[in-house]
Design a protein around this ligand. Sequence first.
Ligand SMILES: Cc1ncc(COP(=O)(O)O)c(C=O)c1O
Length: 407
Amino acid sequence: MTAGTLTHASDITFEEAQALDRQYVMGTYARQPVVFVRGEGARLWDSEGKEYLDFLAGIAVVGVGHCHPKVADAIAKQAHTLMHVSNLYHNPHQARLAQKLCELTEMEKIFFCNSGAEANECALKIARKWGKQVRGAECYEIITFLGSFHGRTMGTVSATAQPKYQEPFAPLVPGFRYAPLNDLDAVRHLVSEKTCAIMIEPVQGESGINIANSAFLKGLRALCDENEILLIFDEVQAGMGRTGHFLGSQTAGVQGDIVTMAKGIADGFPMGACAARGSAATTLVPGDHGCTFGGQALACATALATLEVLIDEDLMGNAIKVGGFFLNALRELQADFPNQIKEARGAGLMVALEFSVPIAREMIKHLLESGIVANAVSDTTLRFVPPLIVTEADCQQVTDALRRGLL
Ligand SMILES: Cc1ncc(COP(=O)(O)O)c(C=O)c1O
């Protein structure tokens, strides 16, 4: 390797990148055969110059679009000013971002970290400590839901009620109980003196856009109130405007005690946040929790610019309007292919297409060849979580490509 080649990594060909990747990167991902080298808005370009419409957005991350000029400018400006000091000192960007996030989430205090799993770890630690302090030493159980996804750390894997993510890493962290989604009676049966929290994604993303219905979420809120239990919303995927409100739980009109965020919060810059209200907001004290990079100036300046764009460009309104158009278009496709398509479902720009036959992975290949990026969460289900800036014409392009793939 010659001097300077490390900083020109995007000049690499597809074959070179693939060979280096296979040799030096742990094989934790089943990668598609493409190298993306540039992004703008809802479009990506690969190393061969081919253009793609991005309906995955880094898995629900790049909400305001790739390389939005206001976000890129905020990064450049802050990178030239001050990127990082320790959390042992006050940080004006962090303080301003915390205030904005409290306003948007209707919470009272924020802890900053770098990822969704870390945000959820913070929520789990608050719940455990709060349970012991408020309800006694034996109050530590947390109820989560079948099909959920909360992250890859040992705590969040234990919360994730899917055997494929748990079995290789057993024994798990004790104290988790699992209930079926949208079954309030089943949750009621699991609640006991030991229960300190219920944790739920308002819309399960990783398992294929399974929506927790409003009546169920309202029922959970009431159950938590009756039994002095914390309600935790994992908004890592459904939050940041994707369902049309800032939080997926706001779309259902239900307020949690703790809310976790990541993914779209800084448009691709790594950041996570755990927000809380009431006594949960003051449970953690110095020494209980921390994060070296969490809430550093560069990440917070990026998140502030991202939130400004999200609000100024009314992207939450766009998520409802364009998401509704897309869902209708997919339902029309379903009517035309009743034997192949089982269901189209969605909330805002969190949309899934479920086939009756195992063709999802084949369909992803076809879409990629057609210049469209999406992903298959199983052999039968496609997930679409595009940037919130996409248009009806973009959705039509995806629907037309799906139609061609089904013919
Ligand atoms: C709902 C939810 N929670 C948590 C996570 C974990 O986030 P991260 O990969 O940033 O740790 C994800 C990631 O897909 C998620 O969808």
